[in-house]
Write a protein that binds this ligand. Structure first.
Ligand code: ADP
Ligand code: MG
Length: 314
């Protein structure tokens, strides 16, 4: 079964000059440019766990690549190549065509070449590995936050978690569902931040949890101001303020970038945010100590009502 499907994939991929040998041999041959470091990340999406079972094939294709590109964005890397391991319950050519529509659309936007993979039978699961490039010393690492840094976040928070929450009661608004199914990896912003920001992480598990990873790795603490967290009009329409704030602070699947930078970088950041399509918002600061403290508008410490955020400490 696999051969036909692989051929279908091979016929649709676009290549790059630095792909010496792509799909079809035992392995791909890639020619990295001199003087750059390789940046490698892998993420798996399992049906029913990482996407709802009713998700369209094209959206699964988009998301399986988007979550990986988001990791490259959070490192400040330029995407170059990827592999795709597909585990399918049955050899469904129509499903694979739909999957590729979303996957290759996003790959094309970032000049990313699909150079290999694996195709097997089993419960629906998609594993992608992405490989990117970065100038030595410029990668945005989790362990690089410094006391006195300001904490920033791109775009808006909580939409994907809002969509999931509303799915229990029926169909969520299209604008929220779109953010769950088709997250936008902030690749261009990540490239601009490399060499300007200190630490960065992409928000997949929720802002407070992911910022907690940065604090842990950097041996610092953070203070986050809940009332300034960026919110989309769709989220504001769908939830009352308390619940909305919880979704923004702890909801997963945002795939926005959270990063820290020296206060002196604020002017430069403002300029690059206007040049990019995505807004950035200052949401807190890095302090001595450890853990993340979320503060409400009155400066009172706030704890998420729902447990399960292991790196959250107030
Ligand atoms: P092997 O037995 O050597 O692993 P496969 O039959 O698994 O070979 O794969 C044949 C070729 O097709 C390889 O170049 C592999 O990288 C590629 N390939 C297999 N599955 C995929 C996929 N889902 N997406 C892209 N390339 C694939
Ligand atoms: Mg194989």
């Amino acid at each position: 079964m696999e051969f036909n499907l692989i051929d279908r994939i091979r016929r649709r991929v676009t290549t790059r000059d630095d792909v010496v040998l792509g799909i079809g041999d035992d392995a791909a041959l890639l020619q990295p440019p001199a003087g750059r470091q390789l940046v490698v990340a892998a993420d798996t999406l399992n049906a029913g766990i990482h996407f709802p079972l009713d998700t369209a094939a094209a959206d699964i294709g988009w998301k399986s690549l988007a979550v990986n590109l988001s990791d490259l964005a959070a490192m400040g890397a330029e995407p170059a190549w990827c592999t795709l391991s597909l585990c399918l319950p049955e050899p469904d050519a129509e499903w694979v065509d739909g999957f590729l529509d979303g996957f290759l659309e996003l790959a094309g936007r970032h000049h990313l070449a699909l150079v290999g993979g694996d195709t097997t039978r089993g419960p629906l699961s998609i594993s992608v590995t992405v490989i990117g490039l970065v100038e030595p010393g410029r990668a945005l690492r989790r362990d690089a936050a410094r006391v006195g840094d300001e904490v920033w976040v791109s775009g808006s928070l909580g939409d994907a978690a809002g969509a999931l929450a509303l799915m229990e009661a029926g169909a969520p608004p299209a604008a929220l569902r779109e953010r769950l199914d088709r997250p936008t990896p902030r690749v261009e912003l990540g490239r601009e931040l490399a060499g300007c920001a200190h630490a960065a992480i992409d928000i997949s598990d929720g802002l407070l949890a992911d910022l907690g990873h940065v604090c842990h790795a950097s041996r610092v603490g953070a203070e986050v101001w809940l009332d300034v967290l960026p919110c989309s009009p769709a989220l504001a329409d769908a939830f009352e303020p308390t619940r909305r704030q919880e979704l923004q602070a702890t909801g997963g699947d945002d795939y926005e970038l959270c990063f820290t930078a020296a206060p002196e970088a604020a002017a430069k950041l403002a300029v690059l945010a206007t040049a990019e399509v995505v807004s950035i918002t200052r949401i807190g600061r890095i302090v001595e100590g450890g853990g993340v403290r979320a503060l409400d508008a009155e400066g009172r410490a706030w704890r998420p009502p729902h447990a399960g955020h292991e790196h959250f400490r107030s």
